[in-house]
Design a protein around this ligand. Structure first.
Ligand code: FES
Length: 154
């Protein structure tokens, strides 16, 4: 079941588009913002509200890597694995993150502090390697500063 607040925000998005289901991505983002991820129950509630089949909405949700269909940590690390970052040291950054956090791509630390995900180009190729934590972009990364960066996220 959607909350009154979620419905209010989704209805605002619906009012901006020609058909209800055109607001599907915004609706997913709104519910995820409130709940952290999109459970099956949430997906069914959104689908019913925007008059879309659950299967169709799930295909949209699973297409976008920033819509989470399983629980994630409090902080999402998106490590760029596109060509510039790959050439400029992506593998060392990934190896360091795996060793420090003891997780691989797609996994969450047991204390739910971090989820680690691969990501296509973050738009700062001239400052590779890069990663993003939540909404913070880190450029020209080195392994030394990575530990300090991680410490700032609780
Ligand atoms: S390739 Fe990593 S930011 Fe573009």
């Amino acid at each position: 079941m959607l909350t009154a607040e979620e419905i209010r925000k989704i209805d605002h998005e619906i009012a901006l588009v020609p058909v209800r289901k055109a607001a599907c991505i915004e609706a997913l983002k709104i519910v995820q913002e409130h709940r952290g991820w999109i459970s099956d129950e949430s997906l069914l509630a959104i689908a019913a509200h925007i008059e879309m089949s659950a299967e169709e909405l799930d295909s949209v949700a699973t297409f976008y890597n920033l819509i989470f269909r399983k629980p994630v940590g409090r902080n999402i690390i998106l490590l760029c694995d596109s060509i510039s970052c790959y050439v400029m040291g992506y593998e060392q950054i990934y190896d360091h993150l795996k060793a420090r956090l003891n997780i691989k791509f797609g996994e969450t630390t047991p204390d739910a502090r971090f989820t680690l995900l691969p990501n296509a180009c973050l738009g700062a190729c001239d400052h590779a390697p890069t990663l993003m934590i939540n909404h913070d972009l880190y450029k020209d990364l080195t392994i030394n500063e990575l530990d300090e960066i991680l410490k700032t996220y609780k």
